[in-house]
Design a protein around this ligand. Structure first.
Ligand code: FAD
Length: 281
């Protein structure tokens, strides 16, 4: 994607107005790291949203609220009660990329290797979209298909709200890569709610090894009501075969990817259970 001009609006309303006027000749610019991956030979005007006060992380009631223009490195460094987002952020690309790449840019246009959609699906996050006024969209609806569909009319993602994990909740994520900074081969995230050692509820999501990030409903169904044990996690991970269409690539067969996902699901569930029991790092 080539840029011909920059606009730095001083308010959300001015940014939306500019985007509406520009139509297909304009685009939102946050960290700009995705320009490299985006097709399009006709130069466009970039509407830079990094000066709009959208870079922050704060706890507000039962949610952590992360501004859409917050760099991944800030999310990696932040610590709050039962905070779990740093785990995946430290696994995304390199320090240089994380310093500029924003949470909003990662989830406004989802690339096949994007890790945050997987984590936000498992965490049951809510996305805040500005269209003159702000509205919240639950993760299941937001990630039902390419979120870029929501922003074509000049609307903007302004924040992501993540529920603060309760004492009996546990979260775990696993990103399988060929080397430290490589794109993901399979990303898995799991949120478990335990009561007296039994799984009350589960949200398990996957990405990278499938066409688009999604929840793994058969895996979740194999967990709920069962004891949080190694046997349960193994059986639930085995349900991954029927849970999604696993896709091969980069020299790996679809069957290899499915097995990689199964092992990663098991690891993510073990980590989530450890977290819930209060024994995680
Ligand atoms: C070499 C490299 C390796 C990478 N590896 C990984 C990886 O392993 N895992 C991973 O998850 N990510 C990875 N990334 C990052 C990812 O691919 C994207 O580049 C990044 O998340 C985009 O964030 P940004 O802030 O730079 O967004 P930008 O590039 O500024 O924008 C990306 C898209 O989102 C739109 N947009 C941005 N913000 C908003 C908003 N608030 N509202 C509406 N639309 C908006 C833009 O118009 C554009 O379409 C990698 C990037 C690079 C360059």
């Amino acid at each position: 994607m080539k840029l011909s001009e920059f606009i730095r609006p001083d308010s959300l309303a001015a940014a939306r107005k500019a985007l509406r006027e520009l139509g297909p000749k304009g685009m939102v610019l946050a960290g700009g790291t995705a320009l490299h991956f985006m097709q399009g030979k006709t130069p466009v005007t970039a509407v830079d949203i990094t000066g709009l006060g959208l870079s922050y992380i704060k706890q507000k009631g039962d949610f952590f609220v992360i501004g859409a223009a917050t760099p991944l490195s800030d999310i990696q460094r932040y610590r709050g009660p039962r905070w779990a987002m740093h785990e995946i952020c430290r696994r995304i690309s390199t320090h240089q990329i994380r310093n500029v790449s924003t949470i909003g840019g990662n989830i406004a246009r989802v690339f096949p290797w994007a890790d945050l959609p997987v984590v936000l699906l498992a965490m049951d996050a809510r996305m805040v979209v500005y269209s003159g006024k702000e509205k919240e969209i639950p993760a299941d609806e937001y990630f039902a298909s390419q979120p870029a569909r929501l922003f074509r009319g000049g609307d903007l993602l302004t924040a992501v709200k993540i529920p603060v994990l309760k004492a009996h909740h546990g979260f775990g994520s696993v990103k399988a890569t060929r080397n430290a900074a490589a794109f993901s081969l399979a990303t898995i995230a799991a949120l478990l709610e335990l009561k007296d050692g039994v799984i009350k509820s589960a949200r398990v999501a996957a990405g990278s090894a499938i066409p688009f990030p999604q929840r793994l409903k058969p895996v979740e169904a194999a967990l709920v009501g069962k004891e949080a044990s190694t046997e349960t996690f193994k059986a639930a991970a085995a349900a991954s075969a029927a849970a999604a269409k696993w896709v091969g690539g980069e020299g790996m067969s679809a069957d290899y990817v499915r097995q990689l996902a199964e092992v990663s699901i098991f690891d993510a569930l073990e980590r989530a259970a450890e977290f819930a029991r209060g024994r995680a790092e």
